[in-house]
Write a protein that binds this ligand. Structure first.
Ligand SMILES: [Zn+2]
Length: 86
């Protein structure tokens, strides 16, 4: 007979995390501007939370004026949100 060992399990972790759709960032190839779907583009009337795909076809890069075709999705890599020196 083996004694039953009780294990204390912490259930304080976030087991119920809201699985929100991660919107991909797109960056402008010519100038390097990165479109953040979380912030949108208020200057152009794009409300926050607008995915790049949901942008109007008339939308252009606020920096250099390139069309959406000049944008490409960011590569999947673990990069800090802020940290681009040089
Ligand atoms: Zn641009």
């Amino acid at each position: 007979m083996n004694p039953i060992s009780f294990k204390s399990v912490f259930v304080g972790m976030w087991s119920h995390v809201l699985n929100t759709n991660e919107k991909k960032h797109h960056h402008c190839i010519p100038c390097g501007y990165t479109y953040d779907p979380v912030e949108g583009d208020p200057d152009y009337g794009i409300p926050p939370g607008t995915a790049f795909e949901d942008l109007p076809d008339s939308w252009v890069c606020p920096i250099c004026g390139a069309s959406k075709e000049m944008f490409e999705p960011d590569h999947e890599s673990h990069n800090p949100a802020h940290g681009g020196a040089g």
